[in-house]
Design a protein around this ligand. Sequence first.
Ligand code: 6R9
Length: 651
Amino acid sequence: MSTPHTHDRFAPSEEFSAHAIAGPELYEEAAADRLGFWADQARELVSWSTPFTSVLDWSNPPFARWFHDGELNVAYNCLDRHVAAGRGERIALHWEGEPGDSRSISYAELTEEVCRTANLLTALGVGQGDRVAIYLPMIPEAIVSMLAVARIGAVHSVVFGGFSADSLRSRIDDAGAKLVITADGGWRKGKVTPLKPAVDQALAARGGAGPQETVEHVLVVNRGDNVIDWVPGRDLWWHDEVPVMDAEHHPAGFPAENPLFILYTSGTTGKPKGILHTSGGYLTQAAFTHRTVFDLHPEQDVYWCTADIGWITGHSYVVYGPLANGATQVIYEGTPESPAPGRWWDIIEKYRVTTFYTAPTAVRSFMKQGREIPLARDLSSLRLLGSVGEPINPEAWRWFREIVGAGTTPIVDTWWQTETGAIMVSALPGVTTLKPGSAQTPIPGIDIDIVDEAGAPLPNGQSGLLVVTEPWPSMLRGIWNDPERFVETYWARFGDRYVAGDGARRDEDGDVWLLGRVDDVMNVSGHRLSTAEIESALVAHEFTAEAAVIGADDETTGQAVVAFVIIKSSQLEHAHQVADVAAVLRRHVGEQIGAIARPRDIYVVEELPKTRSGKIMRRLLRDVAEGREVGDTTSLADTAVMQTISSRLRH
Ligand code: 6R9
């Protein structure tokens, strides 16, 4: 849909450009010598205990090594060096708890807390290369834990607190985690949501067939004061263990390619992929993009990224990018509506936030609540807004700028992925003339293209597949435990180019517009969900014979999960006794994967539309779910199926 406003252009103000961190020369420098450019960034933004001499080793594609003969300590880069430079008193984190408690933590204090925790991890036998699962709410200990793991060269796997015990279990098992760090519970929507019970359940007796138990200890933060079970010997309270540890800890240097973290993300199959990131290249690109895209002036700015640390945005733009750059930032535990709509605007007012990075789905829900709510607060501190997670529709873009940004703030729409590790396509706020709805330009040092199904580059105006044509510093180094899947998923199609899984086109100026996923990955409120994963959760229920899941357009969440299920004939009677089959299955998906995966709608049907080769035609189901005329059904094995389904849904 095109509106007259899609031709809107917003050039940066002279004042903004005059003080901007990044100018147009960055593009020229990167174009003249791409590897030299990244080497410069790595030297400027990162401190190395052993300087690198090699920039990129691409001798074994697609397995890249960046700065591989260099050594660094990632936590030292995020902490000690700021203290050593006399900036220890600067606030690193303004933490706001949902019930209204808060803590402001300086770089010196954060360094001390991370050192104590690192000493504890070592005392618990965790060392370089060991995996630590982190299942925590948005509390300072979450960031402390990640940095403590990084400090000792171990590997964290943060599991979003909204994931279920089953999802947690499969992630713990896949990574072979030695330690789990969790909390009794965390505050959400005005009450404590327990977390520890899910850990207990995930670690409960697995029966003979399961993998060997790898978890030796569970470290528990007291946040919710909720009653929890306790396994003596295994479980340890954070407040008993951490404070008694030494506040000194030597940050050893680790190779640039030492694994830093695994983060699981949904793919096109039922099994989430453990995306692996390493240290030196990742930190370089996270820091570079955080500084230039968010125009960071660390001595003045108060930065707030609303992402949870359970997602890549929380890793790169709450933890590693901002802290490597010595930023002062806000983190918030709860939901935007607690205790009432407007909480986020209260927080911006309270801390005088200058730079605000959030998701289009949040913007759209604020639009629905009405402009009076933000307009009733003093948001005049804001000078830059950012968007991530899905395409931001021009409507939402303009509302964000007008209502939240007083009609003056630039908005950077940042395209990237768990796999890319850091921002790849985005405006630079002091340079780019903004176009609402377009992510615009690859950042300096990044090369992308838009190609057809055969891999041939497409001219401006034509839609195709987004590929990255050159290796980049923060690129994923693989899929944990599954190198073949890494090659197969991202590289096999065109050999030497990375296939992102997104459709895109360039407009007449060459600006990039993202068109959504081209695979069976849905994007609900900016979170990636796999149709296959939800389908397998549904068929794991005793009622279900078959299930098809699609992402249907949704005004607020971008896409919504809609499921079509066939009930087993042997279960029909039982299912009919249950008051609401759909509610039972929704709850089941919530238990299997997590609340975010619960379908908005579940339709019980007698048959699913399939091709002769047995492939479910999701396109047709999407037509029905979105209330459209059903499209071409000629390739269906049984063309009557869609009539039955449509008539059932339009009762
Ligand atoms: C950072 C993050 C990645 C997928 C990606 C794409 C979508 C993210 C976007 C965007 C359009 C943007 N996506 N940012 N689409 N414009 N600015 O979200 O990582 O959770 O791995 O999701 O999200 O479809 O492929 P992740």
